[in-house]
Design a protein around this ligand. Sequence first.
Ligand code: NCD
Length: 306
Amino acid sequence: MRHLMSPLDFSVEELQNLLLLAGDIEKNPAKYAHACEGKKLATCFYEPSTRTRLSFEAAMLNLGGNVLGFHSADSSSAAKGESVSDTIRVISCYADICAIRHPKEGAALVASQKSKIPVINAGDGGHQHPTQTLTDLLTIYSLKGRLDNITIGLCGDLKFGRTVHSLINALIRYPNVKFVLISPEELKIPSYIREDVLMANHVDFVEMERLEDAIPDLDVLYMTRVQRERFFNEEDYIRLKDFYVLTQEKLNMAKEDMMVLHPLPRVNEISVEVDDDPRAAYFKQAQYGVYVRMALILTLLGITVE
Ligand code: NCD
């Protein structure tokens, strides 16, 4: 039995197979419409979510399966003090596969150790968000045709943004990927990523503060929201929340074929005027999230479709 805790749980070759499967699902949805008949996905969400939970549920429904679950800690027995380990033991009796989101780093790992069904980490605190990374990889691969030889700018809250941490872990495995890490001083990438991931693997990266300085060289710009819920005080959040706003004027400094990604939800960091620019790919990205989660569910359940 396999779980997904981090994007590194798949080898580069396995990831490639997953992306190809997602591509086939996009082209031939009818072929997969009954693949998970009789199977159930549990979504156990202890933290708010729109895309991740609903795209998992849409993915399972598109595969002909069923879904059950809870969407907040308050509406589960967590409110009565039940541990994640006990909850997953029980969910294992009700479902065939489970996606879990929790505010604590490592919660999905704890669940996977007690589970009898595959567990997918759908975000654990400020740590990792591997299925967003699968979504990001599929979007870049589908729209750019490659995952190697790119310069990617990651902009915003690099300290608390789990999508950024997972994406860096995944992309360093491809040749000639250069990272431009754009953040205010207070929201710089944590040292466990800078030292243990980037420097330890001799990856090409620079850190800068001004988006305007970085933008002309980028092939991909990955914007992120300042993660309000992970701040210790509201004043710091208010001071930093509008540090970056991608406007059409700034986008005009970028390459013609640069793509703008964002895991969403957006707050103010991308002006709505940018949505109409052909380089804005963040809503397409949300669509790719369904295909890749369909591919992931099939892979973890060991279901092949001929
Ligand atoms: C992200 C998350 O939950 O980390 N959202 C998502 O899953 N698409 C990003 C965010 O909340 O800012």
